[in-house]
Design a protein around this ligand. Structure first.
Ligand code: CP
Length: 307
């Protein structure tokens, strides 16, 4: 495939191949070696219409470690502020012969629209409430490295699933790979069609976490909520915030994950987030660089230029 727009529709062998390649990049990164000729002469543009710390930085690092010229376009100081449309912005970047375009946008489907209009390979770095494919891949790599497999694991995705593109990509990936996926949260924050996505639905943390191998916490995506529907943080933490007491409902060797950014004291307590053995949140960030190197590697080969 020329682009990476979503996990939905990807087959297990494709996912396994990406994770295997990412695994080799974990080892390369840890050894301190680089592979700077792979993308030499290629240009990667990070085009982020929404804020980001992890995704934008790790795509920049991944591109540079493979030898690409990386440009971070600052949308807040670009001509988008003068009324230039998404498609005109893309056409402008296309005219500069960009090879890889990494796009984050608040509108679901924006990267797919761009993919029809530009010659570059487009990578979805998160679009609206739709998908965040590289996040799901890095989460899967983290789980596979720690638990040795994805198949048969019970994975509880907790909190604001309704507005979460991370949750949607993870549900598609993990169900495809044979994990048992649960969503846990108040009815107002779970998608009404959750069962049709192949997951089990729980409204309380005790039953939702019972026997879970992995507990994946999500931030309340206030920026996507109607203001009148934003819950009180204190009340939310009491019922759905992951503290040591609620974490004890999961298996004794369960791991906690969070895609970031975390809101401590809202969806997760620091004692759990910083747990030395059972929190893999920092490891997720490390895996993010390796996964993005693997994605750039695969897409650059699929979009090979004869120059
Ligand atoms: N997980 C994630 O997408 O983080 P950023 O918003 O910081 O990129």
């Amino acid at each position: 495939n020329r682009h990476l727009l979503q996990i939905e529709g990807m087959h297990p062998p494709q996912i396994d191949a990406m994770l295997d390649l990412a695994e080799s990049y974990v080892l390369l990164n840890r050894s301190g070696k680089t592979q700077r000729d792979l993308l030499r002469g290629r240009t990667l543009i990070n085009l982020f219409f929404e804020d980001s710390t992890r995704t934008r930085t790790s795509f920049e690092l991944a591109g540079k470690r493979l030898g690409a010229d990386v440009i971070n376009m600052s949308v807040s100081t670009s001509s988008v502020n003068k009324g230039e449309t998404l498609l005109d912005t893309a056409a402008t970047l296309n005219a500069m012969n960009c090879d890889l375009l990494v796009v984050r946008h608040d509108q679901s489907g924006a990267p797919a629209l761009l993919a029809q209009k530009v010659d570059a390979a487009v990578i979805n770095a998160g679009d609206g409430t739709h998908e965040h494919p590289t996040q799901a891949l890095l989460d899967a790599l983290t789980i596979r490295r720690r638990k040795g497999r994805l198949q048969g694991l019970t994975i509880a995705i907790c909190g604001d699933v309704l507005h979460s593109r991370v949750a949607r990509s993870n549900i598609h990936l993990l169900t495809a790979m044979g994990s048992r996926v649960r969503v846990v949260g108040p009815p107002t924050l779970l998608p009404s069609n959750a069962e049709r996505l192949g997951v089990d639905v729980f409204h309380d943390m005790k039953s939702g976490l019972d026997g879970a191998d992995i507990v994946m916490m999500l931030r309340l995506q206030r920026e996507r909520m109607n203001r009148s529907l934003i819950p009180s943080f204190r009340e939310y933490f009491r019922f759905y915030g992951l503290d040591s007491e609620k974490f004890a409902y999961a298996k004794p060797d369960a791991l906690v994950m969070h895609p970031g950014p975390m809101n401590r004291g809202v969806e997760i307590d620091s004692a759990v987030a910083d747990h030395p053995e059972r929190s893999v949140i920092k490891e997720q960030v490390e895996m993010g660089v390796a996964v993005r190197m693997a994605v750039l590697d695969i897409l650059s080969r699929a979009n090979h230029r004869n120059d």
